[in-house]
Write a protein that binds this ligand. Sequence first.
Ligand code: FES
Length: 167
Amino acid sequence: MKPRSVKDATADPAYFLEDRMDSSRRSFLNLLLGVTGVGALGSIVYPVLKYLTPPQNAEQSVASVVAATVGELKPNSGKIFKFGNKPGILIMTQNGEYRAFSAICTHLNCTVQYDPEIQQIWCACHNGHFDLFGKNVSGPPPKPLESFDVEMKGENVGDEIVVLRRS
Ligand code: FES
């Protein structure tokens, strides 16, 4: 495009029209870029904030759950159950006694499991061990598992085994 002088520009109405169209096109592109930028920023910031913000602890207040039914566990076995939004572990010892704990390892929050071979609660993440009272006995876990109470709602097969949070 040939450069125009100031005189040409003031005399030529087409120049103004073209200039205004360029200006509005530029404004539109800037607006589009801005909206896209805000959207992209939002799509990054929102999930990060969502991740960093602790969830409402509505389920934290759960005081008891049905963890299993009579007949479900054999002696020397364990079962993971949901206690609100957290895992719990119910164990039936070799002599038929039920015990329940939080299944969240006190080291780095992995979910523990029952190991019938050694009759201990075991955390596979860093080889942490807890005895059948939830006490940390080897590996990196710094403290015992949280203990829960167990209440039998009956002795017959199918009757509920309720686990209660200690107050
Ligand atoms: S998280 Fe359980 S031993 Fe490390």
